[in-house]
Ligand binder design. Structure first.
Ligand SMILES: *Cc1c(COP(=O)(O)O)cnc(C)c1O
Length: 221
């Protein structure tokens, strides 16, 4: 494979981030609105985990890119898409209600899989989705009764356009809930707030624009 300038940029940005982020913290490269070639470039640079928000966008891109990489669903889970989500992804980070979790459990059982999932918390007024932090332990408990799911921790999106202090406070709230829910994965931190996330104890950051550059205008709102 010959590398374009773009690919060199992706590799350089990923390597710089990887050197600044402790080795025990996983980096999920978020490729929404990027072409399949961006996934290829990321894998060539050493990325092993890819995140996508939209099932319809992810399916053809994953089909076009062979290789051994973990596929994370980080978008809103619609229950009627549970089967396709389970077939397409290795982990679902964005379970925020019982109905969606049960739909995933049913699809995973039918597929003979045990699906790792995270409970998505709402820690920000700018976010539409996510369970209220105080309701997360109950949701996690209910989903742990589903043998085809592995509830492995929590995920949250930081407040948009907030001060560093507000972001840090929101992440501390998420970390506290993670302590109650348990599991191995605290998925916190994106391109603009991964440093605050690391300070709060994140074990997994989800980086899009910091690796791939600015996204084209969002395809969906
Ligand atoms: C888009 C997105 C990301 C990556 O965002 P960047 O700011 O580009 O790093 C991470 N997590 C979720 C849930 C997203 O939707």
């Amino acid at each position: 494979m010959s590398l374009s300038n773009d690919d060199d940029g992706i590799a350089a940005r990923y390597k710089a981030l990887r050197s600044q982020i402790p080795a025990h913290v996983r980096i999920v490269a978020v490729t929404k609105s990027q072409p399949a070639a961006a996934i290829e470039a990321a894998l060539a640079a050493g990325v092993t985990e890819i995140g996508e928000n939209y099932l319809q966008e992810a399916k053809p891109k994953f089909a076009a890119v062979a290789g051994d990489y973990a596929k994370h669903f980080i978008g809103h889970v619609q229950s009627n898409k549970a089967k396709a989500i389970v077939e397409t992804f290795d982990m679902v980070q964005s379970v925020d209600r019982l109905e969606a979790g049960r739909a995933l459990a049913k699809a995973a059982a039918a597929a003979g899989k045990r699906l790792p999932v995270l409970i998505q918390l709402n820690i920000s007024p700018s976010e539409r989705f996510g369970v209220r932090p105080e309701d997360a332990p109950e949701l996690a408990g209910a989903l742990r009764r589903e043998p085809s799911l592995l509830v492995d921790g929590v995920m949250a999106i930081g407040p948009l356009g907030a001060s560093r202090t507000e972001t840090a406070r929101a992440f501390e709230l998420a970390a506290g809930v993670f302590g109650v829910v348990g599991g191995a994965t605290l998925s916190l931190g994106m391109s603009d707030d991964w440093l605050e996330a690391l300070r709060a104890g994140s074990t997994m950051v989800r980086l899009g624009s910091a690796i791939f550059g600015a996204r084209p205008a969002p395809s969906r709102v």
